[in-house]
Design a binder for this molecule. Structure first.
Ligand code: DX5
Ligand code: ZN
Length: 218
């Protein structure tokens, strides 16, 4: 079954704990946490302190998406804060195997994420070592942007490679996911759908999560 990962970037930060409890009860599978540093992306969001503060609000895995330069420096801090999965951008990791090993050494799952303009072939040397591939379906930095369709070919390619070579990574997609775009992603091979605006901008979050799940399988 398709997994849904609400992105708290679109939540009300003045009551983040309640927002997370709401989507946890509403059937979410992961909580997606967007960390931005104002360098790799033109926005600043949150760090390990907030991850630690929200940790008691859910038993779901915290899926921490690092949109930061020099992620190696902060992996330990996010592990201590309670992160379960960390994804790092290929574009900022010149020593990708070392970074992935650092994440695994802290008993977390490790993923790699690529921007819409980064070729999927750049991931070939690391695919056997990772738990998750995150395909950005918008340019990272902000919620509420439009889905970029050319990214679908990368999802398909990753699904083919894991069938062909027996890799075990999950495929996650992030950006512009809603009831109109969910199905083209799952048809291409995506397992996990991140959604910010399509969940937190709705009054009834459990219903919004279910609507995306239904749209994904129709
Ligand atoms: C974008 C973030 C996304 C964002 C998705 O840089 O990585 O996780 O919150 O937001 P929506 O679903 O509104 O496109
Ligand atoms: Zn994200």
């Amino acid at each position: 079954m398709t997994k849904i990962a609400p992105s708290i970037l679109a939540a009300d930060f003045s009551k983040l704990g309640d927002e997370i409890t709401d989507v946890t009860r509403g059937g979410a599978d992961y909580i997606h946490v967007d960390v931005m540093d104002g360098h790799f992306v033109p926005n600043i969001t949150l760090g390990p302190l907030i991850v630690e503060a929200i940790r008691p609000s859910t038993t779901l895995p915290l899926d921490v998406h690092l949109m930061i330069e020099n992620p190696d420096t902060y992996i330990g801090a996010f592990a201590n804060a309670g992160a379960d999965i960390i994804t790092v951008h290929q574009e900022v990791c010149p020593h990708l195997h070392r970074t992935i090993q650092l994440i695994k050494d802290q008993d977390m799952k490790a993923g790699v994420v690529i921007n819409p303009a980064t070729p999927v072939e750049t991931l070939l040397p690391i695919l056997n070592d990772i738990d998750m591939v995150l395909i950005m379906t918008v340019n990272p930095g902000f919620g509420g942007q439009s889905f970029i369709k050319s990214t679908l070919a990368k999802i398909k390619q990753l699904d083919e490679w894991r069938k062909e070579f027996g890799y075990s990574y999950e495929i996650e997609v992030d950006g512009g996911i809603n009831t109109s775009t969910a199905q083209i992603c799952t048809k291409a091979g995506a397992d996990i759908l991140v959604a910010g605006s399509a969940i937190f901008q709705k009054e009834d979050r459990p219903k919004a999560i279910q609507a995306i799940r239904d749209a994904a399988k129709e």
